[in-house]
Design a protein around this ligand. Structure first.
Ligand SMILES: NC(=O)c1ccc[n+]([C@@H]2O[C@H](COP(=O)([O-])OP(=O)(O)OC[C@H]3O[C@@H](n4cnc5c(N)ncnc54)[C@H](OP(=O)(O)O)[C@@H]3O)[C@@H](O)[C@H]2O)c1
Length: 175
């Protein structure tokens, strides 16, 4: 079974999006996202794929979840009609620079996070220490007692980051 990680940038009220766009622009978060996901499989809902400014992300196996029946609807990406089917397909992994990976990163949006949360092994969170005035999409609530913090890096605001933020990895506790 693949290791499944959720990657999300989340505000203090769990807001993650507005008008099918991200709310925050944090260059260090984009850098971490790239570091985490390059060379692996990324999985996303149709709306998140459509929100990517340049389409499919390079050097990653892009998988879109959608009920669309249109062939080749998502350039540079494979499409499956459910999370289960997508995870089944991802078992074959992805080869990048001669290295095989079966790691899967769920990169949004809210509807796919909701479905993936019960089966995720790890949450790679960027907590933005702000509450936005407007948001229409939120990360689902989760029980912190089910998760163990394995990594944390706190950052102050600076000239390129309008808000303080923390990178936090949570791994599911095994009972
Ligand atoms: N802050 C962050 O880290 C972050 C990350 C990613 C996204 N976002 C934000 O999240 C928002 C988008 O989230 P969203 O929840 O509205 O949309 P989404 O999850 O990206 O996409 C929803 C679509 O995915 C497909 N889908 C989802 N579950 C499915 C299933 N079980 N079977 C088949 N298809 C399924 C459906 O596509 P069809 O309608 O084609 O069937 C559905 O309409 C945007 O604002 C985006 O910017 C934030």
């Amino acid at each position: 079974m693949n290791r499944v990680s959720i990657v999300v940038a989340i505000a203090e009220n769990r807001a993650i999006g507005q008008n099918n766009k991200l709310i925050y622009w944090l260059p260090n978060d984009l850098k971490r996202f790239k570091q985490l996901t390059t060379g692996h499989t990324i999985m996303m809902g149709r709306k998140t794929f459509e929100s990517l400014p340049k389409g499919a992300l390079p050097n990653r196996r892009n998988i879109v979840i959608s009920r669309t029946t249109q062939l080749n609807a998502f350039e540079g990406a494979e499409c499956y009609p459910s999370l289960e089917k997508a995870l089944e397909a991802a078992q074959s992994g992805y080869i990048y620079n001669n290295v095989q990976s079966t790691d899967v990163f769920i990169i949004g949006g809210a509807s796919v996070y909701q479905q993936a949360l019960p089966i995720a092994d790890r949450l790679c969170l960027t907590y933005i220490h702000d509450t936005p005035a407007e948001a229409d999409t939120f990360f689902p609530e989760f029980d912190p007692t089910e998760w163990e913090e394995t990594f944390r890096e706190d950052h102050d605001r600076d000239e390129r980051h309008a808000f303080p933020y923390s990178f936090v990895d949570l791994c599911r506790k095994h009972s």
